[in-house]
Design a binder for this molecule. Structure first.
Ligand code: PLP
Length: 382
């Protein structure tokens, strides 16, 4: 039962993240039509801001798809893959495997490059399987394990091969370095509800000229009419009707992305790292440890922590939920083994994690936990 407003609920999950106050306020704005000139002006600002967020070429095409991150994923395969194409998918977690499943549904012959759970994809394994491949797909930050895949290194190899590169930037864009043009990424997507702290329901995408050239050379139209790249350009560039975009979500997204750029992408990266260090320093004496062994492979925005022996994972998370704090456990083989703490967007601040430490202090009978967190952070923010 949906009992109250949950206005004070603290979401520390690896998505969705708490909605940015400016985005929340923007949701109150009055409705305008999707063909209104003011909405087109707002959309243009969103497109420009997305170019900055993704680090694209100055004129690259960016847009919002009306759906979640998975639609962003699906649109890439639907538009850029045809039956019989060889697609190499880096799959070292559940979202990499989702990519592989989607590629297969669009008729690709899928080659999998995997890595043991909790480890990053080895670029040498990608290099070894690139022959004849028309697209490589990789998840930048694998949410299911807290692993950061080496996208710049993979991109260097893919560029030399002539294949397109699709990157899932769901846990990275807006909070972690992402340089689409400099790295040579052709298609990138995220979900509004992750690093940007906008409401769920929009998938911001960026598409390179190379990707558009591949799309234009298709032998048959994409089976996914809703996200046809040309249909997107009809609305976002030519301002002709394609489908009714969710204008209110655009308002909120515009506000959230604007706030992120105002704060500065590098400041946000530093904020996540500082918080991650403070959380680990606070919890390590209790027996929590990094799940991802290689420091270079740790995804700063999804902190995967191995639980101490005997830790009552389900019981503690249920007790936290009663105190309006949501924390996420592991998935599949890591269920009961790890916690995945979201350090994205509005969750990545001192206050929500201080509240978690206070709650754990009383639930675990660990006196001084919140104080240790304050020290690790470097004092209580004013
Ligand atoms: N890719 C990654 C890395 C994710 O973490 C998620 C969601 O958690 C998705 C894709 C799918 O996004 P959505 O749940 O918004 O469809």
């Amino acid at each position: 039962m949906f009992e109250d407003m949950h206005n004070d609920h603290i979401l520390l999950t690896p998505g969705p993240t708490p909605i940015h106050p400016r985005a929340q306020r923007a949701l109150m704005r009055g409705m305008l039509g999707h063909m209104d000139p003011e909405v087109f002006a707002l959309n243009r600002e969103i497109q420009a801001d997305l170019r900055v967020m993704y680090g694209t070429e100055p004129e690259a095409f960016t847009a919002l798809l009306a759906g979640t991150g998975s639609l962003g994923m699906e649109a890439g395969f639907a538009n850029l893959v045809e039956a019989g194409d060889e697609v190499l998918v880096c799959a070292n977690g559940s979202f990499g495997r989702r990519m592989a499943e989607m590629a297969a549904r669009y008729g690709a012959r899928v080659r999998l490059v995997t890595a043991p759970l909790g480890e990053a994809i080895n670029p040498a394994d990608v290099a070894a399987h690139l022959g004849g491949v028309s697209m490589v797909a990789v998840v930048h930050g694998e949410t299911s394990t807290g692993v950061l895949n080496p996208v710049p290194e993979i991109a260097r190899l893919v560029r030399r091969s002539g294949a397109l590169l699709t990157v899932d930037a769901v846990t990275t864009a807006g909070m972690e370095p992402f340089h689409m043009a400099a790295w040579g990424v052709d298609y990138a997507y995220t979900g509004a509800q992750k690093c940007l702290s906008a409401p769920p329901g929009l998938a911001p995408v960026a598409i390179s000229e190379r990707a558009f050239a591949r799309f234009s050379a298709r032998r048959s139209p994409t089976p996914l009419w809703y996200c046809d790249f040309e249909g997107l350009r009809d609305y976002w560039t030519r301002h002709t009707y394609h489908h009714t975009v969710p204008v209110n979500l655009h308002y909120a997204f515009h506000a959230a992305l604007g706030a992120a750029l105002e704060e500065g992408l590098e400041t946000r990266q530093a904020r996540v790292r500082r918080l991650g260090r403070a959380v680990v320093d606070t919890l390590a004496p209790l027996g929590f440890s990094h799940y991802v062994r290689d420091p270079a492979a740790r995804l700063p925005t999804v902190l995967a922590l191995r639980l101490p022996p005997g830790f009552d994972d389900a019981g503690i998370r249920t007790a936290l939920r009663r105190r309006e704090i949501s924390v996420t456990g592991g998935l599949g083989p890591t269920a009961g083994v790890i916690w995945r703490l979201g350090l994205m967007g509005e969750a990545a601040h001192f206050a929500p994690y201080h509240a978690l430490m206070r709650a754990l202090e009383s639930l675990l009978g660990e006196r001084g936990l919140a104080e240790r967190f304050e020290e690790a952070w470097g004092g209580v923010p004013a």
